[in-house]
Design a protein around this ligand. Structure first.
Ligand code: WTA
Length: 654
């Protein structure tokens, strides 16, 4: 984030209390929030234990709430057993079996709905089919699917039989898919003959075939969902059609009751170095926090239509599409395609058509949709909307105000929710009927979440408006359990900085006089492109894997819509290209990165140089590169630079 942004955020003084009508109907009132906060402060463990008993249908009740014996590998509700799919589906059948669980709209406008009863039957059939193909509790199943109800069905079916799913976003490349399959040691891939996005077909099956052509010996079967009807290659003995897998399977399936700590899923996310980390989540704790926050933050009621626009390839699509709202018995909307297809009114059209009452999206989408002008949303009936949410990156006050004014008609509270893949569920957010909101602030922690800001020594920063490291002081149920296959990396990444005293989120933040937090951005070398985390290292590794590249450095550059754009400096093999040659080579490299990692990782700008600015010890001076990328004057000390002359070239002046 640029200094300028930071300034404007710091001077934000507008405050928006919830309106009286919202408050009068809200699930949580001020007194409830106070009582919860008091209860959590009085006895952290007893508080979570009470909620876990009330919210989860346990197969065997737990007797131990928190096991700290292996800290910082905390365990929650360890001796309890449960099934997450049972808690999202079966528990609703009696009271709301015919209630709509999923409203689905395809990119071409086709739509269908599934009631809780139908969804449960579909999950059970697939779960039985997966068992028949030899998938057992603890096996890893990789999902590489378009955003259709079947993606949720596949996740729930895995949960039902205790299999651990690992969803790989459909926009990721074959290579990224392979890396994740290999790291997880997956036994099966569930994919589709293609997906739809922006009028294009995403060739998921071809990418799967490419991924499986090397090093993926653990894969026994590929299950293929028919979505587009295109011709694809089916490998005899390995590939099975989804329809054949479920053919003849019963629509009831005895759930596998697993230990509360049994991994529900892995989800790979970028770190500052090396291979993405397989974030491992639990069953009991994860379910508890996603369900509670769905109810508390989104104020879900039985007649709500909840639309979280995230793809299941990201954590938001796990916690607030596939699990939390279903556990809360809500009606959810799923849309397969692009937000701007065929035009910038698509999201608003969907809101109008299905009477969406709660809408949750990312700042990058808000900024992109804002560009189409106010007339576009104003031409749709958005009167059913009563609550708006954002997630994924800091929201700039201008976008917040537009969301508030044009979409929310100054009537809908906005919940700016801070959380991470690692935290599993929302950690800080307004409680919509209670908390007055301020543009750009995620306000306060959810009751039971012990957030704080600390300085470099790990001491609490008590004075208001002083930046520092955002940490969580006490374990919470939905916290990540480890990094799959690399517990040392888990400890090193999240705990070691302050001697295992706190969970270190990797974000910097400030807190004002009222205890309102503002997230300032990442502290490490992680880019946030359109709300998605990408490691600079991953993009650099992809670039240097190309035969034309000797060395590469990647930095983020503030971008009006995407939040951050990717700026790459490349040292080519042989002569440095200029003019048209440079344009042509940049295109080759952009496409290459797209193939290696996926389209979202394509650098927006590539600049060629004979060398990179390095310190005498050989470290690339990224701060300097960031300054150049922003087109700002270099004010940093460049005396430690080995080759000062390179700066002119990098600026594009020579
Ligand atoms: C950023 C997404 C400001 C933050 C759920 C965090 C935010 C990273 C917000 C996690 C917010 C997320 N305000 N920044 N409301 N929400 N972030 O793992 O830097 O994809 O660490 O999880 O996004 O991204 P992730």
């Amino acid at each position: 984030m640029s200094e300028k942004n930071l300034e404007s955020i710091l001077h934000e003084s507008r405050s928006f209390p919830p309106n009286a009508e919202f408050t009068s109907k809200a699930r949580l009132k001020a007194a409830d929030l106070e009582a919860l906060t008091r209860e959590a402060a009085a006895d952290h463990e007893a508080y979570w234990a009470r909620l876990a008993r009330e919210e989860i249908d346990w197969h065997t009740p737990f007797t131990q709430t928190l096991d700290e014996s292996n800290a910082p590998n905390y365990r929650w509700f360890t001796d309890g057993t449960l099934n997450v799919s049972h808690n999202c589906l079966d528990v609703h059948l009696e009271a709301r079996g015919d209630k709509t669980a999923i409203i689905f709209e395809a990119e071409n406008g086709d739509s269908r709905t599934l009631s809780y009863r139908e969804l449960t039957a579909a999950v059970c059939r697939l779960a039985n089919g997966l068992r028949a193909q030899g998938i057992q509790s603890g096996d890893r199943v990789v999902l590489y699917m378009p955003m259709t109800p079947e993606a949720v069905i596949a996740m729930q079916a895995c949960a039902r039989i205790g299999a651990i799913h690992s969803v790989v976003f459909g926009g990721f490349s074959a290579k990224s898919l392979r890396d994740r399959i290999v790291d997880a040691g997956a036994k099966m891939v569930i994919t589709a003959d293609g997906g739809h996005r922006g009028g294009q077909i995403i060739a998921l099956k071809e990418a799967t075939d490419t991924a499986l052509s090397q090093e993926c010996e653990t894969i026994e079967h590929v299950v293929v969902l028919r979505c587009t009807g295109r011709d694809i290659n089916m490998v005899e003995g390995r590939d099975l059609w989804w329809s054949d897998v479920i053919d003849g399977q019963a629509d009831q399936c005895e759930p596998e009751f697993v230990n509360a700590e049994h991994p529900l899923f892995l989800l790979y996310t970028s770190g500052s170095t090396g291979m993405p980390k397989g974030i491992q989540h639990s069953s009991g704790g994860y379910l508890l926090n996603t369900k509670l926050t769905s109810k508390w933050v989104f104020d879900l009621n039985d007649d709500d239509v909840f639309w979280c626009t995230a793809d299941v390839g990201w954590v938001t699509g796990h916690s607030y599409v596939a699990y939390g709202p279903l556990a809360a018995g809500a009606t959810i909307v799923i849309y397969e395609g692009a937000p701007t297809y065929p035009d910038g009114g698509r999201f608003w059209k969907i809101c109008q058509q299905y009477g969406v009452t709660i809408f949750y999206t990312a700042p990058t989408a808000i900024r992109a949709l804002m560009r189409f002008g106010d007339e576009v949303p104003l031409s749709y009936d958005l009167s059913k909307l009563r609550l708006l949410g954002t997630v994924g990156e800091p929201i700039n006050p201008e976008a917040w105000m537009w969301y508030h004014r044009v979409i929310g008609k100054e009537r809908c509270p906005i919940v700016d929710t801070w959380w991470q893949t690692e935290t599993g569920a929302i950690m800080m957010s307004p409680i919509p009927g209670v908390t007055a909101t301020k543009p750009g602030s995620c306000t306060r922690p959810i009751p039971g979440i012990a957030a704080a800001i600390v300085d470099e020594e790990g001491e609490r920063v008590e004075a208001p408006n002083q930046g520092g490291y955002l940490v969580i002081e006490k374990p919470w149920p939905s916290m990540l359990r480890t990094i799959w296959g690399d517990n040392d990396r888990y400890i090193e990444t999240y705990w070691e900085k302050f001697n295992n005293r706190y969970y270190v989120a990797g974000d910097s933040a400030v807190c004002d006089e009222e205890g309102y937090y503002r997230i300032m951005g990442r502290i490490d070398d992680v880019l946030n492109v359109s709300g998605h985390r990408l490691g600079t290292m991953e993009v650099e590794s992809a670039l240097v894997a190309h035969e034309l590249v000797v060395e590469a450095a990647v930095v983020g550059q503030p971008h009006e819509i995407k939040g951050e754009a990717i700026f790459a400096y490349v040292v080519p093999r042989g002569a440095r290209p200029v003019g048209e040659d440079a344009v042509a080579m940049a295109k080759v490299l952009r496409d290459w990165v797209g193939e290696e990692l996926g389209a979202i990782a394509k650098p927006d700008d590539i600049r060629f140089a004979d060398n990179l600015p390095k310190t005498r010890s050989g470290k690339i001076m990224r701060r300097l590169l960031r300054t150049i990328a922003k087109g700002e004057e270099i004010t940093q000390d460049t005396s430690t630079l080995e080759n000062e002359a390179i700066l002119d070239q990098l600026r594009g002046e020579k």
